[in-house]
Design a protein around this ligand. Structure first.
Ligand code: UD1
Length: 424
């Protein structure tokens, strides 16, 4: 059933909101459970659509998966299937993260090309080149990545770009390879540190987590563990932008403010008063209209491309002109077309967008093209006059647990409306 949100403009968000585990971590941690026979327990899982989808992916290769509230129990059997080509694979990007563990454990994998957000070209060349360096063959056939090896051996691997997914797949194959693997120009995202922590708890030997050089000493086998997912910094940042845009006062818990240092600094430059609580959360209070700030997306510790829609949305209601540069996913600026429908004064030129702030946006029907763009449109709707209809909200449900409920608790008025027109 098609659903949309009616977003009533004019709210000032005030209060406290708790952030749970990170989508971009939990899905990879679930894949990592394939590396160890027995039951792995993952806690602080967000209740979002992608988690049951990933559970289906794991079931399709032979695991038993039980989701109980915020806990996932994944039982990995001795005999796993090397074929991960169920329909669930096409529904999320993170499904490709079963490639590394399957190659690591079975030395063989047929993994359907993943789905996920339409945010631009998402090739797998670095994933494949990394596996080749470890001794596997890797080709694309009939819509699947096919990889096979007689045995995996350690190797020196240089990534062209610090890709999050390629770092994860290579890491999860290398932990069971013979000898030492060095991944240079590795991604440094907090989610990479999280997976390194979990793999280490499982018996892997990894040095350098959080730096651009990961050194992995292969071991014969891993054992199951219990692991708590780190808080979702992208969701945490969404609330921070929401506070700044609505001139509100929001305290966010459950996320480490060190993971958001640059984001919070940008909001300070925009005029927000920001207080951090070590390891626990932060408070963003925006007394006046935000001032324009420039943003440049880059791999961590740069400004996350996932937050670019919020940078555009904030700039669209700030005083002055902002330049926003997108360096990771070229198609993310599609979001700006929807912002223009809402009265934003914004234009793009290649990797750059220029946004001239307006006093108030103007409500209109708009369409979410991906998770973050959808959330960005909802925040923009809060700063528009009248009621903004945001369509294709299934995207938002893939990444934000209890999004509408949380916003309404902070003082927004948003109704989820089914195609039949019934609010719930
Ligand atoms: C992950 C996140 C996504 C985030 C992105 C960048 C998940 C499920 N998704 O996606 O939300 O926006 O990190 O922080 O965790 N690339 C190649 N070849 C490859 C791999 C990547 O050219 O083999 C390019 C991509 O096209 C992109 C860039 O590298 O331009 C970064 O991609 P990557 O870090 O791999 O993103 P994902 O892991 O797919």
């Amino acid at each position: 059933m098609s659903e949309h949100f009616d977003v009533h403009g004019g709210a000032r968000l005030v209060g406290e909101v708790e952030v749970v585990g990170a989508k971009n971590s939990v899905l990879k941690l679930m894949a990592a459970a394939l590396l160890a026979e027995g039951t792995t327990t993952i806690t602080n899982c967000p209740q979002i659509l992608d988690v049951p989808l990933m559970a289906d992916v794991l079931r399709s290769v032979g695991c038993e998966v039980e989701l109980d509230g915020d806990t996932a129990y994944i039982t990995t059997p001795t005999e796993l299937s090397h074929r991960a080509d169920s329909p669930a694979m096409g529904k999320l990007r993170a499904s490709v993260c079963v490639l590394g563990p399957l190659v690591g454990r079975l030395k063989k994998a047929v993994v359907a090309l993943p789905g996920g957000d339409a945010i631009g070209s998402r090739p797998l060349d670095m994933h494949q080149n990394g596996l080749r360096k470890l001794g596997a063959t890797s080709t694309i056939a009939h819509g699947c990545v096919v990889a096979e090896a007689d045995g995996l051996h350690g190797a020196q691997i240089w990534l062209d770009f610090p890709s999050v997914g390629a770092t994860e797949n290579i890491l999860m194959a290398a932990v069971l390879a013979e000898g030492t693997t060095v991944i240079d120009n590795a991604a440094r995202e907090p989610e990479i540190v999280d997976i390194c922590t979990m793999l280490t708890e499982m018996g892997a030997k990894i040095e350098g987590a959080g730096t651009s050089t990961l050194i992995v000493e292969g071991v014969d086998q891993l054992h199951p563990t219990e692991h708590r997912v780190i808080g979702d910094r992208i969701v945490g940042a969404t609330w921070a932008f929401a506070a700044a845009m609505t001139r509100g006062d929001v305290t966010v818990t459950g996320v480490d403010p060190h993971h958001l240092e640059l984001v919070l600094e940008k909001l300070r430059l925009a005029g927000a008063e920001v207080t951090t609580f070590d390891g626990k959360g932060f408070r963003v209070m925006q007394p006046d209209r935000p001032r324009s700030v420039d943003f440049v997306t880059l791999p961590y510790p740069g400004f996350a491309t996932d937050l670019q829609p919020f940078a555009v949305a904030l700039s669209s209601v700030s005083e002055g002109t902002s330049m926003i540069t997108e360096n990771v996913y070229e198609a993310r600026f599609r979001f700006i077309e929807e912002m223009v429908r809402l009265g934003a004064d914004a234009r793009t030129d290649g990797h750059h967008a220029v946004v001239r702030g307006v006093e108030k946006l103007s409500s209109a029907p708009v369409w979410a093209s991906d998770i973050r763009a959808g959330a960005g449109l909802v925040l923009a709707g809060l700063c528009a006059d009248g009621v903004t209809e945001v369509w294709d909200v299934f995207h938002i449900d893939r990444g934000y647990p209890h999004f509408v409920e949380n916003l309404n608790r902070l003082g927004a008025r948003i109704d989820r409306v089914s195609s039949a027109g019934d609010a719930d």
